[in-house]
Design a protein around this ligand. Structure first.
Ligand SMILES: [Fe+2]
Ligand SMILES: [Fe+2]
Length: 225
């Protein structure tokens, strides 16, 4: 399909998203099955339900635009899923596997957030306000899913996963800066301590693991002389 106008580009973006969302409806159950952390399994399962709504919302958009949903397979999402499956097959420890799942799921979320943001801007540009509103609803859910994954990583999974660093260094490294949280949001959260209203707290297992680790002498070979 030749892309000559912003209308063409909007339909192209929506078809790409449609393929990406449909691929995710198959990939999310696989991620949930591989996960062991309860909050993570719940988050992935909830997002699967939302993802099915995202597919229906895109169908609404095609209807409003009088366009077909048929397009090429989204190779971007295909690559992300392929890479995710590869990484999971290499993760031996359960918590490391959970951390890898979050990392892979957030790659997919960020891909979607970027694509929905562009598609919404294109819809507004060509006067398709109703389409833009539909895309906004999905965009909000994608951002919330991404934020929740960051919270689960920082409050539980990254803390539970084993590290090779001496314990004091590992504790300093705990408020992970990665996991998709934007720099601004990260500094806001660290400034306020724990997230307000967050039901997710570091698990007692993680606390136990930390206090056990703190009684151990520093590992040889990791100290500097
Ligand atoms: Fe989605
Ligand atoms: Fe998503």
């Amino acid at each position: 399909m030749a892309l000559e106008t912003m209308e063409d580009l909007l339909v192209h973006e929506l078809r790409d998203l449609y393929s990406a969302e449909k691929q995710l409806t198959k990939a999310l159950p696989r991620l949930a099955k591989a996960a062991t952390n309860d909050a993570l399994i719940q988050a992935l399962s909830n997002h699967l339900v939302e993802t099915k709504h995202h597919v229906s919302r895109l169908e609404e958009c095609f209807e409003l635009l009088g366009a077909s949903s048929r397009g090429k397979k989204c190779v971007g999402m295909e690559g992300l899923i392929k890479e995710g499956v590869e990484v999971l097959s290499e993760a031996d420890d359960e918590s490391v596997c959970d951390a890898a799942i979050i990392s892979q799921a957030q790659r997919a979320e960020h891909y979607e957030i970027s694509a929905y943001g562009s598609a919404r801007a294109f819809a507004l540009r060509v006067g398709q306000d109703e389409v833009a509103d539909i895309l906004s609803a999905t965009l909000e859910e994608e951002s919330a899913a991404d934020e929740l994954l960051s919270t689960i990583a920082e409050a539980q999974v990254n803390i539970e996963a084993p590290v090779e660093l001496p314990d004091t260094v590992a504790q300093r490294a705990e408020p992970a800066r990665a996991n998709g949280r934007l720099r601004e949001a990260d500094s806001r959260q660290r400034g306020n301590g724990a997230q307000k209203g967050s039901a997710i707290k570091p698990s007692t297992a993680a606390n136990r693991a930390r206090s056990t680790a703190s009684r151990q002498p520093p590992r040889r070979g990791l100290t500097t002389h």
